[in-house]
Design a binder for this molecule. Structure first.
Ligand code: DX5
Ligand code: ZN
Length: 221
């Protein structure tokens, strides 16, 4: 059976104590740490860049799952690889040469992910499926944390799971994920669960372990 991975999104952390927040979700049982990179062009918001990723890298040995919401993206792949990413996910919509971007990620020795927005069909992944380590189905329009889950993502998860077949590819879902819908996205085929606000809400480190565990329990049952 597919391993369930919980990936807290650091976008919802308290940035005035970023190091402590990273250490807190690491200790609380995060499998991956999800890092959202927004360029103010591909998405209507700006987050942070490789310098901050490198600071996060210094505080955890967990898998750093870097979600690049950047267009064009290729010129930045080396910077995020060097800054300590383990998985680098690019958007299929970020440019005309998705295959080239995937090859660039792998040329740096990193795991390659491809993400698709809510309006993009799963079929765009058909001809790159043998070249990827992770597929990320967006269940909100990327750009902001705290948005509501878009139910049409469930069908896309099922389609992506079918496309993956027996390949050892992670199927990740991102946007509006909480303990309340973990079960249905797991049933649809997701095995990596990104969660920002549902884990970090209130920014009280004492709450992180139980929130992560609740998502894991519901996703597993
Ligand atoms: C949205 C980001 C998400 C975001 C998720 O553009 O890609 O990773 O941080 O936040 P929540 O879990 O609050 O929807
Ligand atoms: Zn993300």
């Amino acid at each position: 059976s597919r391993p369930v991975r919980i990936a807290p999104s650091i976008l919802a952390a308290d940035f005035t104590k970023l190091g402590a927040e990273v250490e807190a979700v690491d200790k609380a049982g995060a499998d991956y740490i999800h890092v959202d990179i927004m360029d103010g062009h591909f998405v209507p918001n700006i987050s942070f860049g490789p310098v901050v990723l490198n600071a996060i890298r210094a505080r955890t040995e967990k898998t750093l799952d870097v979600h690049l919401m950047i267009a064009p993206v290729d010129r930045y792949i080396a910077d995020f690889a060097d800054a300590g990413a383990d998985i680098i996910t690019v958007h299929a919509e970020a440019g005309p040469h998705l295959h080239r971007s995937i090859q660039a990620v792998r040329a740096h020795g990193k795991k390659a992910g491809v993400s698709i927005n809510p309006a993009t069909p799963v079929s765009v992944l058909e001809h790159v499926i043998d070249d990827v380590d992770l597929i990320l189905i967006m269940s909100v329009n990327p750009g902001f944390g705290g948005q509501s889950f878009i139910p049409a993502a469930l069908d896309k998860l099922r389609q992506a799971r079918q496309l993956i077949g027996n390949r050892p590819i992670d199927l990740e879902v991102d946007g509006g994920i909480s303990a309340d819908n973990a079960r249905e996205v797991a049933d649809a085929g997701a095995n990596v669960f990104v969660a920002g606000s549902s884990i970090f809400k209130g920014n009280d480190p004492d709450t992180y372990a139980s929130r992560i565990e609740q998502i894991r329990t519901n996703a597993t049952s």
